[in-house]
Design a protein around this ligand. Structure first.
Ligand code: PSV
Ligand code: MN
Length: 393
């Protein structure tokens, strides 16, 4: 018999009820590969409509009350109006993502560029993001750079690190007391020889030099195949510097597919380390975000499924029999310890989560309920004219 809600301890049930996941605004716009950006009928045309779509995900899952914005993709004239629009739909504006990777000026780098005018421009772009944060009430500035080189010798790796440290220092210095800097790493793409922030070690070195309010963002798609991501999670937690996840899944590189689709076991292993460390608590400072693109599938159902997959992995991680695991580990019972984890992973938590949703006044089956609502057909009919939001616009 699969466990029911009543089988959870009050602490486990509370953690599930309190869990939140932040949605990326760009997941609702059109996206694609370098070969083609496909259009989806009814896709939002501006940040207001992206928020409307994100609110649908929250309406049916009950666990996605925040949306990350990407600047300038989500630039609007009046951010207070966007904030109010979101609040009316039960949504908060979350992390502000800077974008210094889509301007010709940044061809040879942004915060690392040897051209001081370009580097200044990239720093200023971040200062404008901080202005946006002041208007939206967002507390986190997320920095991901496409900076790097394609050929050995193209630029000095060391000089680029110096310029990066200086640029980040200027940006960090402009943050308010209640604002933090989140530095995201990625091992390759768009740069193919070296990347200026390629891994968690480099990111950790930079944020440690900045100060206490600088933390690292771990995007699950940003590692070489086979990397033990949960090990990195533990390292960053131990250092007190795991600021957020960008969840997505991948078969090859940075595929940005629905989290849990490619490797649900990896997602479970990550959530097991999170739960073991006590980092699921809302006060832990770890923001569980999605960073995905829905190129082929419908975008709102894609985000609903992603949130549900994270919730499912979390429920399984909470079910790990920690006393039994501890006993097996202490007695070096290798198989026994592994079985404790696998028992939790193999547990069907779907009935329990359906009960949880019902207890919160939600439909137990979010994807089916959203499909019945007719929202997509209405969006298709109503969103005519104007340009659809797209990756890069
Ligand atoms: C880079 O690949 C990245 O993961 C960063 O988080 C960007 O901001 C995001 O994707 C944009 O799609
Ligand atoms: Mn990311």
């Amino acid at each position: 018999m699969p466990p029911s809600l009543a089988d959870l301890t009050p602490a486990q049930a509370r953690l599930l009820r309190e869990q939140t996941i932040e949605l990326p605004s760009w997941a609702f716009g059109n996206s694609g590969t370098r070969f083609k950006v496909f259009t989806t009928p009814g896709a939002p045309r501006d940040p207001f409509e992206k928020i409307d779509d994100a609110a649908q995900v929250h309406k049916y899952t009950g666990i996605t009350p925040r949306v990350s914005l990407h600047i300038p993709w989500d630039r609007v004239d009046d951010f207070a109006r966007l904030r109010d629009h979101a609040a009316e739909r039960g949504i908060e504006l979350g992390t502000i993502n800077s974008n210094v990777f889509q301007d010709d000026d940044y061809k040879f780098g942004s915060l690392t560029n040897s051209d001081e005018a370009v580097r200044r421009k990239a720093i200023d772009a971040h200062l404008r993001c901080i202005d946006v944060m002041d208007q939206t009430g967002s507390t986190t500035l997320k920095v991901w750079l496409g900076d790097g080189t394609n050929y050995p010798g193209q630029d000095s790796i060391a000089a680029r690190q110096d310029r990066l440290a200086d640029s980040l220092g200027r940006i960090y210095g402009a943050l308010g007391e209640d604002q933090r800097l989140l530095l995201e790493y990625k091992f390759f793409e768009p740069a193919f020889y070296h990347t200026d922030v390629p891994d968690w070690g480099t990111a950790l070195a930079h944020v440690s030099a900045l100060g206490e309010r600088a933390v690292v963002c771990l995007d699950t798609g940003h590692h070489a195949p086979g990397t033990n991501i949960e090990f990195i999670v533990v390292q960053l937690l131990r250092a007190g510097r795991l600021g957020a996840f960008d969840f997505n899944s991948r078969f090859y590189a940075d595929d940005d597919l629905v989290v849990g689709a490619a490797d649900p076991f990896q997602l479970f292993r990550i959530m097991h380390e999170i739960v073991s460390f006590g980092a699921l608590e809302a006060t832990s400072g770890v923001n569980f975000m999605l960073d995905q693109c829905h190129n082929l599938e419908q975008k709102i159902p894609g985000e609903i499924l992603s949130a549900l997959n994270v919730q499912e992995a979390t429920a399984k991680a909470l079910l790990v029999d920690r006393a039994a695991l501890d006993a097996a580990q202490r007695s070096h019972d290798v198989i026994g310890a592994n079985q404790v984890l696998m028992d939790a992973y193999s547990t069907d938590v779907r009935p329990l989560l359906r009960e949880l949703r019902e207890s919160q006044g939600l439909d137990p089956a979010p994807l089916a309920a959203f499909a019945r609502s007719g929202y997509l057909a209405r969006a298709e009919a109503e969103r005519v004219g104007g340009a659809q939001a797209s990756w890069g616009a």
